[in-house]
Design a protein. Structure first.
Length: 365
């Protein structure tokens, strides 16, 4: 155990090794405030570590680098950890070149298939049952924390931003009995929804529940959901296919139009609407590989092709289902949205305080 400083706070860093006997094949880090809150919730951080296959010679080296990385601890995670004094669990699950296990996508329902042969070094067998492994990590983390200070809440708050937000949303469909609340930002208009179909379109996991062998609706309805994004955010992993936009930069180089993350983005028409392409059957197909053509077509036909529209329409759908949900936009893009971090933190605290008080009888700090 080490004591490290984060935002001026003393934080205990506890490394937990992989424990197949307890049902998880990957290590994780517990970050625990020295002044741990009496009425704390454990935070499970859905992170996206860097691709460490390039420049590594073994799986052990990749695992070590992933454990040290901890992904991106964003301002909301720091708020929970350093201001509310809640402990943070950060898993160390290595990613591939193209394959994103931290996305928690369809692979874990229909079978794992690596896209790039360079990912074979990861040992596919270790990832089998990853949603259950995450559930077991959460349970083990709660047990460790209970030994440090008796725990009142036996469920976790799961957080994530960007791709991590989708992981949080997806995991809630699979193991809602484990989760007290989801706090997820930069979802790209692709939140999971507890629906099988809408307007004649089937919604399979991770966009919906049509193909899940079991879905615990009763437990899912107990979860509090807080989703947020920037009102200028165009980052969208569920984008329909579009032609890349080429332009010549100030140095005379041919460039492709990208968002702040380096992802390609479509042209806009004279009305400021993004231009996407339909196939010969009038359907949308996927621009990227995280979602299938049928998933992209369903979500875009029903909730809108543009991520900003989709966020609003999905928000309305979740509210119509009677869930405890708040969905809010703040000024900014995928990065500058955190210029509003004080307002975001206040809104999260107020929402969770109101919703969780109904079951815990306690006040958020």
């Amino acid at each position: 155990m080490e004591i490290r400083k984060l935002n001026g706070k003393d934080i205990q860093e506890i490394i937990i090794g992989a424990n197949p006997e307890r049902g998880f094949n990957f290590p994780f880090t517990l970050l625990v405030p020295v002044d741990l809150c009496d009425d704390y919730y454990m935070i499970y951080k859905c992170n996206l570590p860097k691709n460490y296959i390039k420049g590594s010679n073994s799986l052990e080296e990749i695992q070590k680098k992933t454990l040290e990385d901890k992904g991106n601890i964003d301002p909301i995670d720091k708020h929970f950890l350093c201001e509310l004094d809640f402990p943070l669990l950060v898993p160390a699950i290595p990613r591939g070149y193209e394959w994103r296990p931290n996305f928690l996508g369809k692979d874990f329902i229909h079978g794992i298939n690596f896209i790039d042969e360079r990912d074979d070094i990861l040992d596919k067998d270790k990832y089998v049952g990853l949603p259950e492994q995450i559930k077991n990590m959460i349970q083990y983390g709660l047990e460790i924390l209970n030994d440090m200070k008796p725990i009142i809440h036996n469920k976790a708050i799961i957080t994530g931003y960007s791709e991590g937000a989708k992981c949080a949303s997806h995991f809630a469909l699979l193991h809602p009995e484990t989760i007290e609340a989801v706090v997820a930002g930069g979802t790209g208009g692709a939140m999971s929804m507890p629906i099988k179909e809408k307007n004649g379109y089937e919604f399979i996991y991770p966009t919906g529940i049509a193909d899940l062998p079991y879905f615990d609706e009763e437990e899912y309805r107990k979860i509090a959901f807080f989703y947020y994004m920037g009102d200028k955010d165009v980052t969208d992993s569920a984008a329909p296919y579009f032609d890349d936009v080429h332009y010549i930069d100030e140095n005379g180089e041919d460039r492709i139009l990208c968002d702040v993350n380096g992802n390609h983005i479509p042209a806009v028409d004279e009305y400021g609407r993004q231009v996407f392409k339909l196939d010969e059957n009038g359907n949308y197909t996927a621009k990227y590989s995280l979602f299938t053509d049928s998933e992209v077509n369903a979500i875009c036909k029903v909730f809108g092709a543009e991520t900003q529209d989709r966020f609003v329409n999905q928000s309305n759908q979740l509210k119509e289902l009677g869930l405890n949900v708040m969905c809010k936009k703040y000024p900014g893009d995928h990065h500058t949205v955190f210029d509003n971090k004080e307002e975001i933190k206040k809104d999260i605290d107020n929402f969770l305080g109101e919703v969780l008080n109904k079951t815990s009888g306690k006040q958020m700090k």
